[in-house]
Each structure stands twice: as structure tokens, then as C-alpha cells.
Write a new protein. Structure first.
Lengths: 227, 495
């Protein structure tokens, strides 16, 4: 696996290179934005690690340009700026993930691995059920051709339902799958989110697909709740 | 010089002079009008009286005028020698002048001024100037003329014209106008000067306060302005200013303490690491020693990162919301995100998190808050971490989101030891540690102060109470976002 690291501080670049090489990756290091952009565009890399603060060019611009030129390599952005506005700017420019400095190296490695997995996956995994369509790569949901706007948690919840259609899913199972919180049995978290999901997915359309099974859980089904 | 024109003293003086000046002008106009009307009426009245007296005592015939026998002592009225300023002439209907005063000499009132048509008034006053008046008076001037048509009992109709010289009256009127105008101007000047002097005296205490205030500076914040020995607006102002100085002094000293604390928190790990590195460097050390040091470096650096993150977060919370970062986000969302971040700690402490969210309201709206999702998430995270750290194993931390129109309320309840009564407000101070307790959200003592700063930044509040039965309850209130801001699916990445 070949990785490109675009980082101007030599010590930080050296640290990243050492860490990645010892994990078995082939690493190329570049210290300037223009040079990095050229190398990344030429291709041959499985993933790019890009620092935002570069001496000759803004990292956000590098990212935007690469996408405009058609480079589809996954990009992980690194920066010291942790404000929401900056994150949004980076992700909107086409980065796949965003990590603030200083970071735990383990987390860095995990995110690189996640990027590489995503890169391998078939372009656009799409889940379909009835007239609902979910593009997992692009994070777009449509029903009967109309786009539905979901928050990240609502998206994960629907994804779980869509992967298990016509199966009654217990509330505990849903909780474990969608959230990293150990939600107690008397909590209304799942009910609240199912309810908002229904408002967006079921309410504007004729056929109701999300059903409650009293005492057990919820099910995504076309023929109404199973007896 | 320009400053003079802007000064309060100048403006006050000008104002008074203008107001007084307007009053003077009005007064002048009124007095002049009233006085002059009276003068002219008097003149006309005198003419009329004399003419009337004459008519009462004479009989006019075609060949002359006779006094009636009963008119004893009236002759003086007709004696022009006694009244050189009084002229008269009697003209018959046929145009013949039958009598006139001696001082008329050979002159006659202009014939055109007498008309015997039946439609005119019996008596008419008019002012005549021009050639006739000049000839009669000997100089340029004006005559006041009364033209009176009278029919005697025997049927004879004649016209009596009586006239008086207007000049004395005109002179009196002009004199009085000049005198009045002079008086007005002089008093206006007096008012101006007096106002100028008095204004200075009234404003003197304010100038004094200003001089004293000049000395107050960050280095000398304990100075207070002397309250003058009076009970007016100036004393009130001084008291208010002194209170303001009290508040400033307190804020500055708090800031000083804060900076001292930050320096300490940042420098302690740096001191250790720098020093230890230098010590190790002096001799060859065993791999175990280096290994130990590297492990310590990792620990200290992590702690330092946490400290720096906290300071930055606090600075952001105090700085204000950046327009770009603001969006609508459901309280359910950022609370759940915060809980996910706290789960590792909860598992480690064997504490159960029990969340309860707010379902959509009657209009199918989510409990949306307008603000910075990252800050809002950190605020809740700090409260929950704090609760977890103070909870014994197997305890439960309840986190509840609820509607509280016009706000949304987020409540964090724990089953820990609670907060000592006297400290309920002080726990939100920066670097606060309850006596002997160092287990707060970020290890630095800023967690709760950051939480409160974020709540306030979003125009909300954060309060704490002790629960009956033990433990603490923190309540955040934030105003609900209503209205048309486009809802982007808010994203908070896990970094």
C-alpha cells in the first residue's frame, strides 16, 4: 500500500513516516503544497495524508483542486484548527476525514485503515428497499426519487434497518448498533430517533414502511407489522 | 478654539440668549403695537371732541357762522391763537366755504376731499400728506383730518373739516420704539454675560470629576473619585462612576489570577520534561531509564494537550460565535454525541448513563438550538464527565433533554456526594477544585467554567442544585431556534 504524506514540519513528517512505515506501508513524503498536489494527481497512491497549514498553498485549496482534477484517492486532513467552521470547510472541499493535531497515533492509524477500506469498497454501495435508496459512499438518501435530508445518526439508524429488512429488530440491538453509548432499557432514545426518522421517511409518502412491534422493537416492512 | 464652540458652557449660553432674544422680540412687537394704537386713537379722539364742541355751539347760514347765544365761553375753542395746531373749515353743500380758522390763512382743504353724496359715512378720519400739508404746516409733514357732515335742524347741510398736525405724535412713537429696542438689546447682552458666568460655575464640579478620573489607570485601579458634599445629580454620577471602578478593579484582578493559573498549569509539565531530559542527558543511561522517561513524556504531553485544549475551548467560548460556524442542531443530537464521547470513561468507572431525549413537539419540530455544535457538545460532555467522575461504581448518571418553552432544558443528575452548600456558585470559577477533590472533567479545573461560558454564549444559562437524597443536578437552558435558518444535517466529527 502506497501512501502520500504532505506535511511541511520535518519532525512531524518524520514521525508520521516512521510510524506508517513500521506498520508496513510504503510512504512518500512531500513538504510543499504544489509539489504534493502534482504527485497526488499523478496517481499511484492508496490514500493521501494532507496537512492544512502548508507554506506555499492552503491545504483546503490542494484538496479542492485534486477533486476538480478528478482524483478520487481518499484524503485524510490534519490540522491544529479544531473549530467547526474549519472542519466543514475541509470536508466540503472534498476531504474524506479530518483529524486535529495533536492526535493519538493509534487513532491516526485507525483512520488511515478506515480510509483504505473505503477506497477498496465498490464505488457506491447502494442499499435499496421498496422505493427507498441509500448511497452509503455519497451519504445520500432518496425515497421515490426525492432526496431526504438526514442527520448522521438518523442515517446510521436507517442503514441498520435497511440491512435487515422485514426482520424485527430489538431496541437493545438497535441501540448497540447505532450508538456507542450503553443505553438502558427504559430510555426513550431509540423511540425519539425512530420517530424523527418516520417523520422524514414515512410521513411525506403514502406507504408506511417503519413499524412498531409492541414489546419487541421495530421493523422495516412493506406489508405492515408482522403478526 | 473649536473646543470652545463645542463646550457645554457655550451651548447653554447660546441657548439662553436665543430663547431670551425671541421673548424680547415678541415683547417688543406687542408693546410697540399696543402703544402706537393708543397714540393714534388719542389723536383721533381729540379731533373728534373739538369738532363736536364746535358743532354744538354754532349755527351755519349761507352768509356766515354765528355762535348761539347760549354758548358762553365756547369762543376760546374757536380762537386759533390759543390752539395753533388745530385747523378747521366749514363748507356748504353748494361748495362755498363759509368759515375757517385763521391759521389756515388763505388755504382751503382740497375740494375733492368733500363729497355730499348720501352714501358716505357721516364722519371720516384720514391722513393727508403731500402738497396741502406742506403748505399748511410750512414743512414736510402729515395732517390728521376729520371730515364731518352735519345737517342742522333747519335743514342746512354743511361739512366741517378739522385737522391736527401729526408730527408730535409721530416723534413720540419713534422715540418710544428706539428706547424699547435699546432696552431689549442691553438686557439680551446682560443675559448672555450672566449665562456665561453661571454656566461655568454650574459645570465646575463636572470638570473636577473629569480631572480626577484622568488619574485612574490599570496600574492605579484602586483610586476612587471624591464624592462632593452635595446631594444633586453630580454626586449621583460620581457614585455610579465609583461603582463602575469597583467592578473594573475586580475584573482586572480576576484576570490577573487567571493568567497566573494558566502559567502554572502550562509550565509545570514543561519544567519537568525539560529538566528531566537535561538530567538524563548528562550520563549514559540504561534502556529501562530511557523507556521510563519516554512513557512519562507521553503522559505529560497528553496532560499538556488536555490543558491547551481546555484553554483554547475557554477562549473560544468567551470570544463569541463565529457567523460561519453557526447552524441549527437538535439538542438530542449533540447530547447523544457527548454521551458517546463519555462512554469509555463511564465503562471504566462502572457508571451507567441513562439518557432520555425530547420527542418532537406538536408541530413535529425537533428541539433545535442555534449555535456552534462543537461547543454545545463539549458543554454537555464536560458536565457528564464531571458527573461520572464523582459517581461511585454502579451508580447512574441521568441525562435528560426536555421542552421548556421558549427554551430547551438539558439536565444532568448524579448520585455522587453533591456540592457543599457554600460552594454552589463557586464551582463555576476557573481552576476551582473543591477541597481535596481533583477529579473534574479535564483535570485542569476548567470544565465547568467552559460549560457555563458556552451556555452564556448561546444566550442560555447553567445552574446547579443539590438533589434531595444526595447528588447534584445541573440544568442547562438554551433558547430554542425558531424560524427560517436552513437545517444542514449537522456533523460533529470524532476528533
Amino acid at each position: 500500500m502506497r501512501l502520500l504524506v504532505i506535511e511541511d514540519n520535518p519532525k512531524v513528517a518524520g514521525m508520521i513516516e516512521q510510524g506508517l512505515t513500521e506498520q508496513g506501508y510504503q510512504v512518500d513524503v512531500v513538504h510543499k503544497g504544489f509539489e504534493g498536489e502534482a504527485k497526488a494527481a499523478r496517481g499511484g497512491y492508496e490514500a493521501v495524508v494532507l496537512d492544512l497549514m502548508l507554506p506555499d498553498r492552503d491545504g483546503v485549496d490542494v484538496c479542492r483542486n485534486l477533486r476538480r482534477r478528478g482524483t478520487k484517492t481518499p484524503i485524510l486532513m490534519l490540522t491544529a484548527l479544531s473549530e467547526t467552521a474549519d472542519k466543514v470547510a475541509g470536508l466540503d472541499a472534498g476531504a474524506d476525514d479530518y483529524l486535529t493535531k495533536p492526535f493519538e497515533f493509534d487513532e491516526f492509524l485507525a483512520r488511515v485503515r478506515a480510509l483504505l477500506r473505503r477506497g477498496e469498497a465498490t464505488e457506491g454501495t447502494v442499499l435499496k428497499y421498496e422505493d427507498i435508496q441509500m448511497d452509503l459512499a455519497k451519504r445520500i438518501v432518496t425515497r421515490a426519487g426525492e432526496t431526504v435530508s438526514l442527520t448522521p445518526k438518523e442515517f446510521s439508524l436507517l442503514e441498520y434497518l435497511m440491512r435487515n429488512p422485514n426482520r424485527v429488530l430489538g431496541r437493545t440491538a438497535i441501540a448497540e448498533q447505532v450508538w456507542d453509548v450503553d443505553i438502558g432499557s427504559d430510555s426513550n432514545v431509540i423511540d425519539v430517533y425512530i420517530s424523527t426518522l418516520r417523520r422524514k421517511i414515512d410521513k411525506p409518502f403514502n406507504k408506511k414502511l417503519i413499524h412498531t412491534v409492541v414489546g419487541t422493537g421495530y421493523v422495516l416492512g412493506a406489508e405492515g407489522a408482522p403478526a | 478654539m473649536l473646543r470652545l464652540f463645542h463646550s457645554l458652557r457655550f451651548k447653554l449660553t447660546v441657548l439662553y440668549v436665543i430663547v431670551f432674544g425671541i421673548i424680547q422680540v415678541l415683547l417688543y412687537v406687542v408693546v410697540v403695537f399696543v402703544y402706537e394704537s393708543r397714540q393714534w386713537s388719542r389723536l383721533d379722539e381729540r379731533l373728534r371732541q373739538r369738532a363736536q364742541s364746535m358743532i354744538e355751539v354754532i349755527d351755519v347760514a349761507a352768509d356766515g357762522v354765528l355762535e348761539r347765544p347760549s354758548a358762553v365761553g365756547v369762543r376760546p375753542y374757536l380762537d386759533a391763537f390759543q390752539f395753533p395746531d388745530f385747523y378747521y373749515q366749514i363748507r356748504l353743500e353748494n361748495g362755498k366755504v363759509v368759515d375757517r380758522s385763521d391759521n389756515m390763512r388763505r388755504l382751503e382743504f382740497p375740494a375733492g376731499t368733500v363729497r355730499f353724496d348720501k352714501k358716505g359715512p357721516e364722519r371720516k378720519f384720514e391722513t393727508m400728506g403731500g402738497g396741502f400739508a406742506r403748505s399748511l404746516l410750512g414743512v414736510d409733514g402729515e395732517l390728521r383730518v376729520l371730515t364731518w357732515y352735519h345737517r342742522q335742524p333747519d335743514g342746512t347741510l354743511y361739512c366741517l373739516q378739522a385737522a391736527m398736525d401729526r408730527r408730535p405724535f409721530v416723534e413720540a412713537v419713534v422715540d418710544s420704539r428706539q428706547l424699547l429696542a435699546t432696552t431689549c438689546l442691553v438686557s439680551l447682552l446682560a443675559v448672555g454675560v450672566t449665562a456665561w458666568i453661571l454656566a461655568k460655575r454650574s459645570l465646575a464640579p463636572i470638570e473636577d470629576v473629569g480631572k480626577q478620573a484622568e488619574d485612574v489607570s490599570p496600574k492605579k485601579l484602586d483610586l476612587r473619585i471624591e464624592i462632593p458634599n452635595r446631594q444633586d445629580e453630580v454626586a449621583e454620577m460620581v457614585t455610579t462612576v465609583n461603582q463602575m471602578l469597583d467592578r473594573l478593579e475586580q475584573a482586572f484582578s480576576e484576570q490577573g489570577r487567571f493568567i497566573a493559573n494558566i502559567s502554572h498549569e502550562l509550565k509545570t509539565p514543561l519544567t519537568y520534561l525539560l529538566g528531566q531530559a537535561q538530567v538524563l542527558h548528562r550520563q549514559a543511561r540504561t534502556p529501562e531509564e530511557y523507556d521510563q522517561f519516554v512513557a512519562n513524556v507521553e503522559d505529560e504531553m497528553r496532560r499538556l494537550k488536555q490543558t491547551v485544549d481546555s484553554f483554547l475551548m475557554l477562549a473560544r467560548s468567551n470570544a463569541g460565535l463565529r457567523e460561519l460556524g453557526v447552524t441549527d442542531i437538535s439538542a438530542n443530537d449533540f447530547v447523544m454525541e457527548a454521551l458517546e464521547r463519555c462512554q469509555p470513561l463511564a465503562s471504566h468507572q462502572e457508571v451507567q448513563i441513562s439518557p432520555n431525549l425530547a420527542p418532537a413537539d406538536r408541530d413535529d419540530a425537533d428541539p433545535n438550538v442555534r449555535g456552534d455544535p462543537e461547543l454545545l457538545c463539549t458543554m454537555v460532555e464536560n458536565l457528564v464527565r464531571n458527573a461520572i467522575r464523582h459517581s461511585p461504581p454502579t451508580a447512574t448518571v441521568e441525562v435528560e433533554v426536555g421542552w421548556c418553552d421558549p427554551d430547551v432544558a438539558i439536565v444532568v443528575r448524579d448520585q455522587g456526594p453533591g456540592i457543599p452548600e457554600g460552594q454552589l456558585e463557586r464551582i463555576f470559577d476557573e481552576f476551582y477544585h473543591a477541597s481535596g477533590d481533583t477529579s473534574d472533567a479535564d483535570g485542569v479545573g476548567l470544565g465547568l467554567s467552559i460549560a457555563r461560558a458556552v451556555a452564556r454564549l448561546h444566550e442560555g444559562s447553567l445552574k446547579v442544585e443539590n438533589r434531595q437524597g444526595g447528588g447534584a443536578e445541573f440544568t442547562i437552558r438554551l433558547p430554542l431556534a425558531r424560524g427560517a435558518q436552513p437545517q444542514r444535517p449537522a456533523s460533529i466529527s470524532k476528533s
